[in-house]
Design a protein. Structure first.
Length: 68
């Protein structure tokens, strides 16, 4: 997996499917990264809140609204 670019950046560029978020979460959990999961994924506070408080579908809707 390309860890030099965040999940959000790659998803918005159309390089990966939304479902790849699971792979990123796993990689973060297995790593010794000092950042939060949201930082690792490249999510802002609003996106993180939607994901945690609502659902993956809420996060997907926010991200899809940002696609060019």
């Amino acid at each position: 997996m390309d860890n030099t670019r965040k999940f959000k950046e790659r998803y918005l560029a159309g390089e990966i499917a939304f479902e790849a978020i699971d792979d990123y979460c796993y990689e973060w959990g297995m790593s010794d990264e000092a950042c939060t999961l949201a930082q690792y994924l490249g999510l802002n506070e609003q996106e993180e809140d939607a994901w945690v408080s609502e659902s993956e579908e809420a996060l997907l809707a926010l991200l899809d609204a940002q696609k060019a």
